[in-house]
Ligand binder design. Sequence first.
Ligand code: FRU
Length: 495
Amino acid sequence: METNQAKKHEEQIARANQATEEGSSRIKEERFRLRYHLMPRTGWMNDPNGLVYFKGSYHAFYQYYPYKPSWGPMHWGHAKSEDLVNWTHLPVALAPSEPYDQGSSGGYGCFSGSAVVNGDSLALLYTGHVSGNSPVEVQCLAVSTDDGITFAKSEANPVIPGPPEEGLFGFRDPKVWKHEDTWYMVIGSGQEGRGNVRLYASSDLHEWRYVSIAADSDGSQGDMWECPDLFPLGGGENHVLIVSPMNMGATKTMYVSGTFDYEAGKLTTTLAERLDYGFDFYAPQTLEDDQGRRILFGWMNIWGATMPEQQDGWMGAMTIPRELILQPDGSVRMLPVPELETLRGERYEVESQVIEAGTELALRGITSDAVEIIALFDADAATEFGLKLRCSADGSEYTEVGYRAADRTLYVNRDLAGLGDGGISEVQLTPQDGGLLKLHLFLDRSSLELFANDGEKTMTNRIYPQPDSLGASLFSRGGNAILRSFVSYELNAIQ
Ligand code: FRU
């Protein structure tokens, strides 16, 4: 017999699905709709949730509000893919419906969390957040009643009814994984101005035992760590923790690499670094696939930004999928997955040449708003060199990607990029062997993702140029720049 709980949830899901259909049929303006990124059909999207490889498919869930293109009571949107590139949208997976995840006002909903494959079934772990409740945040379980499309909330919810102690600043975003025969869960939290991560363990996903503070801020790394993700990378006891610290200045996402001791429940840190140096990269999450790859998607936006696409009835997107690779020094590289090569269309090549100081070389083969570019330069030849992208015909609008040799700084300048926020993203970057700088770029209608020196540093930014600003050029200032090679591909749309 169907319980009341199941019925209420089904009703909320049905409403949300209907809103998705109606909302998406109303979207007419395409100017910022991305061609090959996962984004909602309508309404609002934030964090990726429940990334998982299950029965031959990649599943991506996400924080979703189907009724308006602004944040509201959180649902979980859902899409699935066979190849990480082409996505099929699925019915809404979770909707607020219970006292632990539905309030009457203020912030509430099914907040961020994760998915795990439990035998033959898919299980979701998420935070029930209700502003007026005490505690405000509890951890909940929902289990698939079919092949990972429909989810029933557990009668045992909340499976973690509150934080392990009083006085915590936040207790949310459970990320679960299995090690040997035990399930482990990290939860984001903060205490006395320091972000930290709480570790729990379970044998059945229902009963959870508090273990430890798995990792803690050094005092300068934000006061609450949202969306923690702790996973093995690079073999042995090597692990990486990714967090999105609140109130850490320009650093929006950070990773800590080191070794994880499951007995003690502690991560010993070798290195802590910013994960991406752009403005629009937050709350990333990873999955491990059947090839053993660790694949990450981030939310390709940031809280507080101007979001011009809201006017068009939608908001939010995920980054392209990126594979994480641990380097011997403990740093992590992010590389676009090779599956993205299937999007490649027309190819355009520019011969190795000198770009004279003070000149620009037009890239006439670039005519689209969806392009992949791979360019190799001598890093030390000119004072400043790089590319101008999404240029208007009159030259007043463009986004500049450049490198300043004197202080070895890579930057993306979007001050003249169009609508939306301006600003310059910067990161220090030493040349590769042979004194080379390699820029690998993914341009989509309203985004620019830059992978420098084979993923050593990345920068993710949203840009909102006019649709007909499609020009591109190479430039050099203060000396001649040397282009070693250049190839670009027009990228096909996924839907
Ligand atoms: C991060 C976050 C999470 C929370 C969710 C709510 O962007 O604030 O901590 O679960 O968004 O939508």
